[in-house]
Design a protein around this ligand. Sequence first.
Ligand code: ATP
Ligand code: FE
Length: 335
Amino acid sequence: IFILGIESSCDDTAASVICNGRVLSNVVASQKIHEEFGGVVPELASRAHQQNIVPVVDQALSQANIKKSDLNAIAFTRGPGLMGSLLVGTSFAKSMAFGLNIPLLDVNHMQGHILAHFIEEDGFKKPPFPFLAMTISGGHTQIVKVSHYFDMEVIGESIDDAVGEAYDKSGKILGLGYPAGPEIDRRAKLGDPKAFPFTKPKVAGLNFSFSGFKTAVLYFIQREVKKNPNFITERLNDICAAIQYTIIGILIDKLKLATTQTGITHIAIGGGVSANSGIREALKNGEQKFGWTTYVPKIEYTTDNAAMIAIVGYLKYLEKDFAEDNVMASARLKI
Ligand code: ATP
Ligand code: FE
């Protein structure tokens, strides 16, 4: 079964072809235009999707070495995301499926980040149901109880900023480029995680809060720069290490609570921040320390990609759960 997946929820235009759950191609065109604005500009994102979508889909088909007519179905991201961006992928997928007279499959982007663990990939094991999925990305921070592919319950989430935003906004304060997550991660490895103490926000239960953390970083930097104008350049690696250490502490604390509350010790992570080396290491340590079994996706399936959309499409295809002809993009689609 050949499925084409199309992802256009934010600032990456992506297309992927999978065959029976195995990835044949996974093409991503990242939009560079947003870097100079220090964040995604929605109007520019939808325009860039318009330009990228035809070549990206062509490339995904040619790298998979198949023709359009070989496809069995087309999966697309219905939401959540930026409406203007979602509309490009949705309209394109609808027209293409209609033109080829094959089924259309609508996919929830966050289910994609979670179900990416079901891509057939040598050397990667799939989590058994039920498991806990922690989605850590640019727009979400959630702990999800996954009882089956499409039986998911959000048991905790951020009440304000997402963890990816905590990374990106801290990076902005430090004068780093956008998105700052990867650079903070790289520098964190060279610094002292205990150089500066940042307090962890106190949020009850399984919910998260990151907006106070960002403000704490801002005030700390302002105070230190007043004393030493070169503070950021002199201590950048230590600052990054301390930020990363605090964020990971927050995430691991909540996972510990979630495992005690649910009794589930199989833990999978997904989303852009799951590429982070520190969270990967902390999760691995949790296997010995807390008896967890952990599942970490291949790097190319962490930040936005279309293989994760195609795999959800494939799982829906097997259940004959096709989209209606009049399906519409939904910016605030829930899991
Ligand atoms: P959502 O999935 O919630 O709709 P999104 O699709 O915009 O949001 P992703 O592409 O899943 O988000 O993730 C992007 C985020 O991941 C950015 O905030 C980026 O800084 C962060 N990120 C990427 N790599 C790393 C890393 N190595 N360490 C920390 N953060 C990272
Ligand atoms: Fe995402």
